[in-house]
Design a protein around this ligand. Sequence first.
Ligand SMILES: Nc1nc2c(ncn2[C@@H]2O[C@H](COP(=O)(O)OP(=O)(O)OP(=O)(O)O)[C@@H](O)[C@H]2O)c(=O)[nH]1
Length: 401
Amino acid sequence: MPSPVSVVCVGMAGSGKTTFMQRINSYLHEKKNVPYVVNLDPAVHSVPFESNIDIRDSINYKEVMKQYNLGPNGGILTSLNLFATKVDQIISLLEKRTSPNPENPSAKPIEHILVDTPGQIEVFVWSASGSILLETMATSFPTVIAYVIDTPRASSTSTFMSNMLYACSILYKTKLPMILVFNKTDVRDAEFAKEWMTDFDAFQQALRQEEDSGAFGAEGGAGGFGAGSGYMGSLLNSMSLMLEEFYRHLSVVGVSSMTGDGVEEFFEAVETKRQEFERDYKPELERKKKEREEQTASQRELELGKLMKDMSVSGSSRQPPRKPAEEPETVSEAEDEEDEIIKRGLADGEDSDYEDYVGPNAGDDEGLSQRYQAALSGSQSAPTDQDNSFTRYLRASNMQK
Ligand SMILES: Nc1nc2c(ncn2[C@@H]2O[C@H](COP(=O)(O)OP(=O)(O)OP(=O)(O)O)[C@@H](O)[C@H]2O)c(=O)[nH]1
């Protein structure tokens, strides 16, 4: 059985993300292939579908704004940051729900995880918490980005190009397979967009038509805009050439979230991208994960080494005490000496007791080092009481749904 795929919907405010989520959710319900729905938008008033995990259940966005004295975007960002601290519990919950249930083997395991994100796209895509959530998700499940575009509003060459550049930057940032969803096809068919992405001449022709109609300003005008020779025209031209390579890595579908047109095609694209993820992205992600783990392990080793060194400096008798004959010659030397005296706990400057002190020997160092190793590795994996209570909370809220 193929592994469950996670579909993360991103898109500019008003592109129809939520309506699209509602549509694909109801499509899967119709197919008796019930998805697992995650809402990551803390500021949304009401969602027209049921979420299994909802950021709003654990984070009160309005309260976050008030407590941290933040504006709307800062509030969303901080809410996401708070939520991201519990990403491990969320992933283990998702893993549990997507694997076969031993108590009910006939129950169909979840095949799709649908994730809705905040309308302020940059708050999610360019924030550390957004990256953490996406990366962690991608290390557990094949993850696909569905970038929703408002087709009627992308029908001029310049807005189309702005949208493509935005999509390109998201692809570059997330490094995940992407599907371009041209939404609202009941208002404007997406054929023009597909054509512009595959046929450079068609895009050039549309560009020329817009220039001729004066869309970028009159010929010989202040900006020098004009037929064929204008700044905007040549910029759009070279950008569309540059984006050719980017287009090749995308799946493009036209959808109407209103009528449901194109939804089947969308899920075909999801399947193609899931396979692509397994083939191309997963090995790269695993290589990076291994690299990070190795880095963390060597960093931990380094910290441990430093810790052991510090302990032997402050606690052992390896450092010979300064001879009383050596008088300090400068103020800083005098201060250093005073520090030394405080360290030894000999306020009167006599160091006879200090000579008697026996620091930890090499065998003890080793034992201590092992104990620290154990403690450090333990602190990485053992869930705290707080973690457990959050998991219980998530489970409870999930059961109610
Ligand atoms: N005609 C038409 N309108 C649509 C379609 N999808 C969404 N809309 C409309 O577009 C508007 C915005 O839709 P939303 O789903 O709220 O968009 P959103 O991207 O979630 O918006 P934010 O919550 O601000 O991020 C609403 O008025 C929808 O009714 C569609 O396929 N066709």
